[in-house]
Design a protein around this ligand. Structure first.
Ligand code: NAI
Ligand code: MG
Length: 489
């Protein structure tokens, strides 16, 4: 059992002055209609809802709540858009994707601020991770658009048609890029539904499409809650579904699509093990642990939420981890020094709180550094649980918040057993000096991605996706293209 005390030395003497990014670079409209067939249209449903900033609870804009008639119009527009888009020469399609990539770069600052305002993530992350990666996905897929015959030699790839794409709120613009870029590169058209708490960067992306003079109907964006997503999946005019979100909704989508012959890829939750061996470079591992679970407030499907530490180094590791946690700055997402921003919604905060309470009730020990939470908005301090049994809910369920569960192991085989003892299988991390051990572990971990001596690294060329209840299908790389193509024979 570990006894964790808060730091007594008072932490750093120097504090950071506020360094807020200006929000003047973004001007949201009061209301956003739906982006259908290259035009902004009022919802036939006549319904609207508000997207707010989770850091301040301030309303940012009204967006349309698309109903069945709106979904039908969007799918119809995508069908017409598909005829045009799939008929273009592949090198022409590439040109549009390059344009979109460049516009994302040009408007990166505006989009990063919008992302942080609408979703609560630190500007440091939206600026340095979400935006550069979103642009990189369009550049990467622009390169493939006219080379698909070479990616799949002798298989005669062809587009599938209208792709229905539903994305979550943790990486709104990046998930849009993961979905839209490969779909368009392969000649499909798209109906995209962003999450209800973070629709605004997708609506700004509609403007990017306009600016790129993308042929009307190639990309359609409809906003709304889960009922809009369900309606889109039910529509008989779609040829492909790509979903990222909770395992529960993934299962519902799979049930709906059963027997319909609509190909689908599901990228669902995770409960990744971050495995630290005694021979690792400990300071680097600490950074990897912090990045693994506190990046984006832990709203990351591949977050390293279960820390497996070799028993011999548990005490020194926890000492360093506590020290590091006390230096994390929580607060205004637009402040460039902020490490931990706001929890995305009240509902998510409630879910995190409930699971953390269950951890305490089951007997785990909680540690949180001294940390002041802002009065307004949704916040949760970085949290570490020790004395965690594998059966505890905090060791089994996806918390999707800044909460780490620490467990120990003695041998590599035990580490593998514990790491694989989960319904999920999205990612894992291994920290060790031994290359041979990395390979031995990677071959045995049932996870789609295994990071070695790093964590949360992404590249458009590298396929990403899961095993078991983390879903199926890959995004990125040639594997990701395959999910948007049909093949002769
Ligand atoms: P969710 O799965 O309900 O939402 C994801 C997207 O699916 C949103 O766009 C939503 O509007 C849409 N959706 C909801 N119900 C639908 C339905 N029946 N048919 C089609 N689309 C539907 O996720 P939620 O409720 O926001 O979060 C719950 C938990 O899910 C989180 O605590 C987290 O554990 C997990 N999650 C995992 C994500 C991941 O990246 N793997 C992303 C978001 C949530
Ligand atoms: Mg919002």
């Amino acid at each position: 059992m570990t006894d964790i005390e808060p730091r007594t030395d008072g932490g750093l003497e120097w504090t950071y002055a506020p360094a807020p990014e200006s929000r003047a670079i973004v001007s949201f409209e009061e209301r956003y209609g739906l982006y259908v067939g290259g035009e902004t249209v009022e919802p036939r449903s006549g319904e609207w809802f508000t997207s707010a900033s989770p850091a301040t609870e301030e309303p940012l804009a009204e967006v349309a709540q698309a109903g069945p008639e709106d979904v039908d119009l969007a799918v119809g527009a995508a069908r017409a858009g598909y005829e045009t888009w799939s008929g273009l020469r592949p090198s022409e399609r590439a040109k549009y994707l390059f344009r979109i990539a460049r516009i994302l770069q040009e408007r990166a600052r505006e989009l990063a601020v919008a992302e942080s305002l609408d979703g609560g993530k630190p500007i440091k992350e939206s600026r340095d991770v979400d935006l550069p990666l979103a642009a990189a996905h369009f550049f990467y897929h622009a390169g493939w658009a006219d080379k698909l015959e070479y990616a799949f030699p002798n298989r005669r790839p062809r587009p599938l048609g209208v792709a229905a794409q539903i994305i979550p709120w943790n990486f709104p613009l990046l998930m849009l890029a993961w979905k839209v870029a490969p779909a368009l590169a392969c000649g499909n058209s798209v109906v995209l539904k962003p999450a209800e708490t973070t629709p605004l960067t997708a609506l700004l992306f509609a403007d990017v499409c306009r600016q790129a003079e993308l042929p009307p109907g190639a990309v359609n964006i409809i906003t709304g809650d889960g009922s809009t997503g369900a309606e889109l999946v039910r529509h008989t005019g779609i040829d492909k579904v790509a979903f990222t979100g909770s395992t529960e909704v993934g299962k519902a989508i799979q049930r709906e699509l059963a027997g319909r012959g609509v190909p689908h890829t599901l990228e669902l939750g995770g409960k990744a093990a971050n495995i630290v061996f005694e021979d690792c470079a400990l300071d680097q591992a600490i950074e990897g642990i912090v990045n693994g679970i506190y990046f984006n407030q832990g709203h990351v499907c591949c977050a390293g939420s279960r820390l497996l530490v070799q028993e011999s180094i548990l005490e020194p590791l926890l000492g360093k981890l506590r020290g590091r946690l006390s230096t994390l700055r929580l607060g205004d997402p637009l402040d460039k020094n902020t490490d931990i921003g706001a929890i995305n919604s009240r509902a998510q905060l409630d879910r995190i709180t409930e699971l953390v309470e269950s951890g305490q009730a089951e007997g785990a020990e909680l540690y949180q550094p001294a940390c002041e939470l802002p009065e307004r908005g949704y916040w949760f301090p970085p949290t570490v649980f020790t004395n965690v049994a594998q059966s505890f809910r905090i060791a089994q369920e996806e918390i999707f918040g800044p909460v780490l569960s620490v467990m120990t192991f003695r041998t590599p085989a035990e580490a593998v057993d514990k790491a694989n003892n989960t319904a999920y299988g999205l990612s894992a991390g291994v920290w060790t000096e031994k290359g041979s051990r990395i390979l031995w572990m990677a071959a045995r971990l049932r996870a789609g991605v295994v990071w070695a001596n790093t964590f949360n690294r992404f590249d458009p060329a590298s396929p990403f996706g899961g095993y078991k209840e983390s879903g199926f299908g890959r995004e990125g790389g040639r594997h990701g293209l395959e999910a948007y193509l049909g093949f002769e024979g």
